[in-house]
Design a protein around this ligand. Structure first.
Ligand SMILES: [Zn+2]
Length: 125
């Protein structure tokens, strides 16, 4: 099942795949998290429940992953999965969550930031 949520800080609406859990069970899980990486591209040093408005299950206009990817491409992002980053770049270090390395073909240096999709998949840009 998909639970619709809205971020109070940036306003993005997305869906969390909650499997067969109840909303209360999901809230209990979210209470245990001490950081929050929002698909709206910000990271917070407190739990998701401080930022999320929990909506209904399976309704509303929240973004699915393919819709979110289409929106990010329209915004000009080129997004790479973790596997694509490993394939194309050699890592020389990770700092503050930023990937530092170089392109295996061109030897060009790169610094990549990341964001998580509504379903929680990490993409680098
Ligand atoms: Zn947000």
């Amino acid at each position: 099942m998909l639970l619709n949520v809205t971020c109070k800080k940036c306003g993005i609406k997305y869906k969390i795949d909650i499997g067969n859990k109840t909303v209360d069970q999901v809230k209990e899980t979210l209470k245990k998290q001490d950081t929050f990486s929002c698909p709206g591209n910000h990271v917070e040093l407190s739990g998701p429940l401080d930022y999320l408005i929990i909506g209904e299950i399976g309704s509303g206009s929240a973004l699915s992953d393919p819709e979110w990817l289409t929106q990010k491409k329209k915004e000009g992002y080129t997004l790479l999965t973790s596997d694509e980053v490993r394939e194309k770049f050699t890592c020389t270090g990770v700092s503050m969550g930023l990937f530092c390395g170089f392109n295996k073909e061109t030897k060009e240096k790169v610094v990549l930031d990341f964001m998580n999709s509504p379903a929680g998949v990490r993409y680098y840009f």
